[in-house]
Design a binder for this molecule. Sequence first.
Ligand code: ATP
Length: 357
Amino acid sequence: MTSFLSLRGIGKSFGATRVLDGIDLDIEPGEFVCLLGPSGCGKTTLLRIVCGIERADSGQILLGGQDIAGLPPAARGFGVVFQSYALFPNLTAAQNIAYGLHPTGALAREMAKRSREMLDLVGLTAHADKYPVQLSGGQQQRIALARALAPNPRLLLLDEPLSALDAQVRATLRSEIRALQKRLGIVTIMVTHDQEEALSMADRVVLMHNGRIEQAGTPDELYRKPRTRFVAGFVGRMNMLPATVLADGKVRVRDSELFCAPGSLSVGSQATVGIRPEHVVVKRFGSELGTNSFAARLLDTEFFGNRTSARLACEPLGIEIEAELPADARSGGEEPLVPSSMVHIQLPLNALSVLAQ
Ligand code: ATP
């Protein structure tokens, strides 16, 4: 079946630097896709290529099966919002939005009507006659969004639209954009380097690294089933244990054996066993032990209100492990766990990711 948008073998170099190295990606109707990755991985370049501001050296961009690589940006009919709101300072909010309608050749009356609808959509009807300097950063970005949406674009492209805003406004706009996108059903591609933003907003996260797609999947898939060490380390926090694969579903970590599911990794190969801090079970010393249990010493704790994070030294595994302490560990229970307390940690088999070295 034809996808809404297909990128096939997109390659791009700047001078001798290979910035995109064969990007293949299919995007389906109604999807909100986030391009996530560290600075310099090529996500903005990829967005600019989709938008038409930049040309790929190789590959195809298929919109409904038609190659649009040769079309200039205006002819693509996409809405774009940049990090810097890029509003015209001499135009009011309503005029800025109406400006986005020019390419469609709409009549002045229709433009004013559409502009009012868009102001209503982003909740800024009362601010129609204000100039950009009279609006907050969040309001300016809402206007930029309204301007991009006004011509009813086929695709919405967002380049780090929230990164210039403070944390609280960012959180509000995150859910507003997400709700708006779902309501309009408009296919959206957003670039971000903020994993929380990507995980909370996207239907699918495309994690990029060195010009390639490292893994693409739902936020849940990336978090629970990272396919590489890079994904495991970039998305959320992960304890990484260097291991050697043994036979019978086991690995060796230092002098200890750990039951896990090494999948297709061959016996004798080097691997990394990953476990999220919240999946490490911390038990009081002397509790009943299960599979994959080891003694550990509490080094220190950090209280975050809704959770307590702990660093533990685990001698049998030869590593420091980050874990979440049970709710009763500091105040309730028998004796509070304090630095130097001995505990047992258990690494549940189904919480372990075994990754190639
Ligand atoms: P960031 O989050 O920092 O914006 P990014 O993942 O979006 O990073 P790009 O902006 O796509 O990365 O840049 C990828 C690489 O290409 C970087 O090394 C950058 O310096 C380089 N680059 C981007 N645009 C140009 C250009 N016009 N000329 C030369 N090099 C460029």
